[in-house]
Design a protein around this ligand. Structure first.
Ligand SMILES: Cc1c2[nH]c(c1CCC(=O)O)Cc1[nH]c(c(CCC(=O)O)c1C)Cc1[nH]c(c(CCC(=O)O)c1C)Cc1[nH]c(c(C)c1CCC(=O)O)C2
Length: 365
């Protein structure tokens, strides 16, 4: 991005670190695959690769609450680097959580171990919307600081920034915590469409601003996690969610960094996830990648899609299932290997390291 193309309002120092990180990582296999260019090998990274089962993670997190750890730049840097060092993955993902920007604007919430995010006072009425104020870079100085440290350490390895998408964030805010059925969320969406539209639009503003902070600090790509959106039918997604997610993608479009869009159980939504404005569509394990490519259509790379539970099987079975994923991806323009959802806490880290090596070896060109 040249100086005159640069979006307004950013400071020279952050703009400079953004440009430095961009040029150092530009020729990485991960960014090439995102741009659907030829790659030396299929790049690999894992959703939720930071934290989880790594003993070195459990050690540095001892006695520190999850949300507190997200606000400690040196700790965030260490945790983000751990899976890169150990597994030799092709990209790092910034260690944080989808509720961090909500906490940063003053929403009273906590992450309960074994449960997930819990909101003290759920958002359910028009008056509640006033609590969702705009996010500014000053609200998250620890993000800018940690990403600056990280990109210096990572060198040519790209850093993926991320945020929760409006639907998934709205579900936590409206339900007050994790939910299987999203009943209050859907009740608002179907019962008070204007309140719902205003809620997800507010969340789109906050999420767009949060991703911009990460890109300006040096993130080379961003992923929007709409983890729970697979609960919706396509027509409802198009009407009630797509405009807000598209607003997030539009907000970061001027930077030209790849935008990844992911959700679980989204077989029927894959085309719409691309339509919302993603450059890369993440696919869970329920749809083979060749079929996913037909549903998404041309002009997008795909990310995925080994069933995470396969990692609990013996190595020959992991390799056979991985081969199936690579075979289904053979005709794609751009493929980033990943699991169909996140790393599970009980997974053997060595199985993940072996998997990275196997994909690299099988796809070396
Ligand atoms: C839905 C969602 C959340 N958080 C996230 C999502 C979307 C991804 C997905 O679909 O899995 C995103 C997330 N959360 C975390 C990351 C870190 C980066 C990474 O390695 O990918 C990322 C990308 C750290 C975390 N986020 C959380 C932990 C565990 C907290 C701990 O170790 O104390 C970590 C490492 C907490 C969290 N936060 C959330 C859940 C469901 C949980 C798990 C609760 C539990 O089972 O303990 C909300």
């Amino acid at each position: 991005m040249s100086a005159n193309e640069r979006p307004s309002g950013q400071q020279t120092t952050t703009a400079a670190s953004h440009d430095t990180a961009r040029s150092a990582t530009h020729d990485s296999a991960f960014l090439k695959a995102c741009r659907r260019e030829p790659v030396p090998h299929t790049p690999v990274w894992f959703m939720r690769q930071a934290g989880r089962s790594l003993p070195e993670y459990l050690k540095v997190r001892e006695g520190i609450a999850m949300l507190d750890s997200c606000m400690m730049p040196e700790l965030v840097t260490e945790i983000t680097l751990q899976p890169v060092r150990r597994h030799k993955v092709d990209a790092a993902i910034y260690f944080s959580d989808i509720v961090v920007p909500l906490k940063a604007i003053g929403i009273d919430l906590d992450i309960k171990p074994g449960v997930g995010p819990v909101i003290a006072e759920p958002i359910r009425t028009r008056a509640d919307l006033a609590r969702l104020r705009d996010l500014t870079p000053e609200d998250v100085p620890y993000v800018t600081e940690a990403i600056g440290m990280l990109t210096a350490e990572l060198g040519a390895t790209p850093l993926i920034g991320f945020a929760g998408a409006p639907f998934t964030l709205a579900s936590y805010l409206v339900e007050g915590g994790p939910s299987r059925s999203h009943e209050r969320t859907k009740a608002m969406m179907y019962g008070d469409p204007q309140l719902w539209a205003d809620l997800v639009d507010r969340l789109a503003e906050i999420t767009g601003a949060f991703l911009k902070v990460q890109i300006e600090a040096g993130a080379s790509a961003v992923q929007l996690f709409d983890s729970w959106v697979g609960a919706l039918a396509p027509a409802d997604y198009r009407r009630s969610v797509l405009p807000a997610s598209a607003k997030v993608f539009d907000a970061v479009a001027p930077y030209g960094v790849p935008r990844i869009h992911f959700g679980v159980g989204t077989g029927e939504l894959l085309g719409l996830l691309g339509e919302a404005g993603a450059d890369v569509v993440g696919v869970d394990w329920r749809v083979p990648l060749d079929e996913a490519a037909r549903r998404v259509g041309p002009g997008k790379a795909l990310q995925g899609n080994l069933d995470p539970a396969v990692l609990f099987a013996p190595t020959p079975a992991v390799e056979a299932k991985t081969r199936e994923v690579l075979d289904a991806a053979a005709g794609l323009e751009g493929h980033i290997f990943n699991l169909g959802h996140g790393v599970m806490p009980s997974m053997d880290p060595d199985a993940l390291t072996r998997l990275v090596g196997y994909v690299h070896e099988q796809t070396a060109r």
